[in-house]
Write a protein that binds this ligand. Structure first.
Ligand code: GUN
Length: 304
């Protein structure tokens, strides 16, 4: 039986560890503060942002949400960031991605003070990551490392394969695994014989954003599979494919007319992996835990 890596439980463990640090900082000075900027009204982004703000407030941190219309110009966003950069009660600034087409995302990321960049997306912090020097790390890959560490999965010496090369997940994921002494292969849409490369993995990380693309033939029996994908499937035929062998998922689709599936076929993970992260309830909760950790860390540094 495959071990299910329970992201919700690990998330709670981490939040419980942060709580006393937040309390003592609040007693001594002020609560850590995070401001989240959401441009436009992408439904998935709205859910993420709400959940980030809610978790902050539950932990006793200060949190504000700034909502800007989808037509916002780069200059307007830059001037909002400038105010937040100078506010003493703000330790973390997060601009939810993706941004609308007319916005220069790179200029936005560059504008955030690196020591308030709790996403770790500023080029300075990317450089610190490459050099393995202290700085905020991108939350999703950092969360994956916490899952591996807290589940006693040996990374040093392991063959790790990362499928996907995004700036937010794939690239930083590969670097974190490398710094933890894995032998890392990064795959993408042009990779030749992807199933064979994936089958070489002791630790397979799927992060390319394609519903249930990774099937049984990609997974070496006994591998650890980390599924970073979150895809909502609404087409009934596609749902039947991704839910095959997972009656609970099919039932969810029949009930709701849609179902969440990762980048890995759920039945394939359950049948072949030694351990895997489910979707939902695997990697997702850790992204928020790491955002809270980064914000607290930033506040501790600032108030030291
Ligand atoms: N969009 C998807 N993931 C993330 C994330 O970790 N941070 C931000 N800012 N936007 C995202």
């Amino acid at each position: 039986m495959a071990r299910i890596l329970d992201g919700k439980a690990i998330n709670q463990q981490i939040l419980d560890e942060l709580q006393p640090r937040i309390a003592s900082l609040t007693a001594a000075r002020r609560p850590p503060g995070l401001v989240v900027i959401l441009v436009g009204n992408d439904p998935a982004s709205e859910i993420y942002v709400r959940s980030k703000v809610k978790t902050c407030l539950e932990l006793g941190m200060m949190s504000e949400e700034i909502r800007l219309p989808g037509t916002t110009a780069t200059a307007e966003l830059l001037s909002q960031i400038d105010v937040l950069n100078h506010r003493d009660d703000v330790d973390g600034i997060l601009v939810q991605m993706p941004l609308p087409k007319q916005v220069d995302s790179r200029a936005v990321l560059l504008a955030i003070r690196p020591d308030k960049d709790v996403d770790g997306f500023h080029p300075y912090n990317v450089g610190q990551l490459v050099a393995n020097s202290p700085a905020p790390r991108p939350c999703t890959p950092a969360g994956v490392m916490e899952i591996l560490r807290r589940s006693q999965i040996q990374v040093a010496g392991a063959q790790a394969v990362v499928v996907g090369r995004s700036d937010i997940v794939g690239k930083p994921m590969a670097l974190l695994l490398l710094h933890a002494h894995a032998t890392v292969t990064v795959c993408h849409s042009k990779t030749r014989d992807l199933p064979a490369v994936c089958r070489s993995a002791d630790i397979l990380v799927a992060a390319m954003g394609r519903p249930a693309f990774i099937t049984g033939e990609f997974i070496r029996p006994g591998a650890v599979v980390i599924d970073v994908g979150v895809n909502r499937v609404t087409d009934p035929a596609e749902a039947a494919r991704v839910c095959a062998g997972s009656p609970a998922k099919q039932a969810a689709f029949d009930r709701n007319g849609s179902v969440l599936v990762g980048d890995v076929l759920p039945s394939a993970m359950a049948e072949r992996a030694e351990a895997y992260t489910p979707v939902p309830g695997g990697v997702g909760p850790l992204t928020i835990a790491m955002l809270m950790a980064n914000t607290l860390q930033s506040a501790e540094q600032r108030l030291k």
